[in-house]
Structure formats: structure tokens, C-alpha cells
Design a protein around this ligand. Structure first.
Ligand SMILES: C[S@@+](CC[C@H](N)C(=O)[O-])C[C@H]1O[C@@H](n2cnc3c(N)ncnc32)[C@H](O)[C@@H]1O
Length: 324
């Protein structure tokens, strides 16, 4: 894996190397509504970010309608309830989505879905991005053009991290040696204010030719915090919506095993690149890639649709209620 210098520094090379064990990483291409490869209770942490329905600049028309989206999310939540071990955590990065002038309450609906699937709703963290970064459109500018009531549309610089728990955790079940190796760096916890329900973290910047182009990837700092706060060294971290493989990469850096499901086979090259697989196969990491019959090819078709949408948005229809 390409270890980020930040993570090496934080954990200290010597500390990591002392007890270092091989970790295993399973990359499965197929629909995560079916995780038949995973035995019941075999996962200790889930860190993921599903598609935000048919997010116009990421996954246009992925789902037939909002009900189809919610049904898919219910199917995945049901599988997660089966594979997540007792007392353990599911973290879901998500956001409401404005499509064609309609706002879809994804955060509220996912909260309900996970509670209905049998998880306890434990916490909600608001991820705040830098103010200068507004990805789609500056809706707030409408008030500048029309400085009157009812023209207000705020710019969105946040996403939500929902945290669910699968029953009660047995704190005595962790051997002292593993606890010691998984200890949280309290100086960093304080300095970066992990203790708050708001996390200020820079998003993956939309640079030209970046690896994650066309993938709504989250920054490594999000799985970095969640994995260190909610799992122990050597445990299994799952991302059922793998995308570019950010969760898997960070899990490997942090000495956890990982499993990722991704429906889009076209992302295999991106994931391999992010994990540095071609250069590091067999060097401390066991990697297994499974391609199932239900994998699809999506990226090229999404990118074509997105570039059409972008040119329409650039021309600008000028109606804020229809802005995407
Ligand atoms: C928001 S992205 C995840 C990005 C990821 N967190 C990262 O940092 O790169 C959601 C991913 O879920 C994938 N996906 C959508 N439906 C899926 C399904 N039913 N099973 C598995 N993957 C799916 C999409 O192709 C997309 O790559």
C-alpha cells in the first residue's frame, strides 16, 4: 500500500512495525445487497458512503426512482445487520440531495432504514468542508440578484456521518495487548477536536486528472478517524460501497483487514491505483479480487451524462428552484 506520510507519522513507524501482522483485503465486484462471501457476524466496523440517490453530478439515473433507491438501501442495511458482529458500529457518510428542484431527505430516510433494520441510532456528526468549496452551484447568489424575502437558498458545505450500533459492545472481549496497540492518540484527538459533533475536514479537491475523477470519494481523514475510534488492530472493516477504495486503503494503513463491495467493474483500475496493488502485491498484504456476475460497467456512461449536465448548468437556466 502507498502509506500516507501523515499516518506513518501519527502511529510511529516503530510502534507499527513491532507487532506488524499481514492484513488481508477482499475487493468484491458485485451488488452489496448480497454479501454472501461474508459469514454472519464477521465484520467489526462498516465505514461507507452510498450513492446519494441519483446525484446529478455523480450518479445520474442510477436508480429508476426514489423508492427503488430506498429499497436498495434497505436491502444493504439488512445484510449489514447480518454481517456486523455484536455491539459493533456502522458509519454512513450521506447527505440530502437536490435533484431537478426537489430535495430528497436521504439523511432522515437512512436513519429510519437503519433503525428499522435493528440498529441503535448512536450519533450524528456533521462534516464541514472549507467555505471556499462549493461543488455544484452558488445558490446563495440569488439573494444578491433579488434582495427580497423568499429568494434564499443557502450554499451547502456539509455532509452527515450517521453512526449506528448493533447491540451492546462487550468491552472485556478485547485482549489487553490489542487494546494497547489500538490506543487513540489523545493529543491528536484534542488538537483536531475529534470530540465534537462537527468535524472540519477538507474534501477531496476536484483537481484535473485526479484518481477519483467521477467518484464521489470522501477524504482519507474520515475513515482515518472512524477506524481508529471504532475498531481494533487486526479487525475487519467493510465498505459496501467501495468507490475508489478509500476505506480499504486507510484500513490497511491502520493494520486492519478490509472488505469492499463495488458494483462498477470499471473502478477496478482506480481502486488498484489507490491501494498501490500492482507494486505491493504480497508485501505484507493479502489481496483477493472477486468479480461476480452481477457486477456492471457504469463509469463511462455516468461521465458522459455528467459532462452533458455540466454544460447545461454552465449555460445556466437562472431558475434557482430548478438548480441541481
Ligand atoms: C459515494 S461512492 C463511494 C465513494 C467512496 N467512499 C470513496 O471514497 O471512493 C458510492 C459507490 O457505490 C457504488 N455502488 C452503487 N450501488 C452499489 C451496490 N448496489 N453495490 C455495491 N456498490 C454500489 C457506486 O458505483 C459508487 O462507486
Amino acid at each position: 500500500m502507498n502509506f500516507a506520510p501523515e499516518c506513518q507519522k501519527r502511529h510511529g513507524r516503530n510502534e507499527l512495525n513491532k507487532d506488524k501482522k499481514r492484513t488481508s483485503h477482499r475487493l468484491i465486484f458485485g451488488d452489496s445487497e448480497n454479501m454472501a462471501e461474508l459469514p454472519d457476524g464477521s465484520v467489526q466496523l462498516v465505514v461507507t458512503s452510498p450513492p446519494y440517490f441519483n446525484a446529478p453530478f455523480d450518479y445520474p439515473d442510477l436508480f429508476e426512482n426514489y423508492d427503488a433507491y430506498l429499497n436498495k438501501m434497505k436491502g444493504v442495511a439488512k445484510e449489514l445487520k447480518r454481517v456486523v458482529s455484536n455491539g459493533r458500529i456502522v458509519c454512513i457518510v450521506c447527505d440530502d440531495m437536490l435533484i431537478g428542484g426537489e430535495k430528497y431527505p436521504i439523511v432522515a430516510d437512512l436513519t429510519k432504514i437503519y433503525i428499522d433494520a435493528g440498529f441503535t441510532y448512536r450519533d450524528k456528526i456533521i462534516w464541514i468542508k472549507p467555505e471556499g468549496y462549493i461543488r455544484i452551484s452558488r445558490r446563495s447568489g440569488v439573494v444578491l440578484q433579488h434582495p427580497y424575502p423568499m429568494y434564499y437558498y443557502p450554499d451547502n458545505i456539509q455532509e452527515t456521518i450517521l453512526i449506528f450500533q448493533n447491540g451492546k459492545f462487550d468491552y472485556k472481549s478485547i485482549p489487553p495487548r490489542i487494546k494497547k496497540r489500538s490506543k487513540i492518540d489523545i493529543a491528536e484527538y484534542q488538537e483536531k477536536k475529534w470530540y465534537l459533533t462537527t468535524w472540519s475536514i477538507t474534501n477531496v479537491l476536484p483537481l484535473k486528472n485526479r484518481l477519483e475523477n467521477g467518484i464521489a470519494a470522501f477524504p482519507e481523514e474520515i475513515p482515518n478517524r472512524l477506524i481508529r475510534l471504532f475498531s481494533y488492530v487486526g479487525e475487519n472493516v467493510l465498505d459496501p460501497f467501495m468507490g475508489s477504495g478509500t476505506t480499504n486503503k486507510v484500513a490497511a494503513i491502520l493494520q486492519r483487514n478490509s472488505i469492499g463491495y463495488e458494483i462498477d467493474l470499471e473502478l477496478m483500475g482506480v481502486i488498484k491505483g489507490k491501494l498501490g496493488l500492482d507494486s505491493l502485491f504480497g508485501k505484507g498484504f493479502d489481496v483477493e479480487i472477486i468479480i461476480r456476475d452481477d457486477a456492471k460497467r457504469l463509469r463511462t456512461q455516468f461521465q458522459n451524462k455528467v459532462s452533458t449536465l455540466r454544460s447545461v448548468a454552465r449555460d445556466g437556466e437562472g431558475n434557482p428552484e430548478k438548480s441541481v
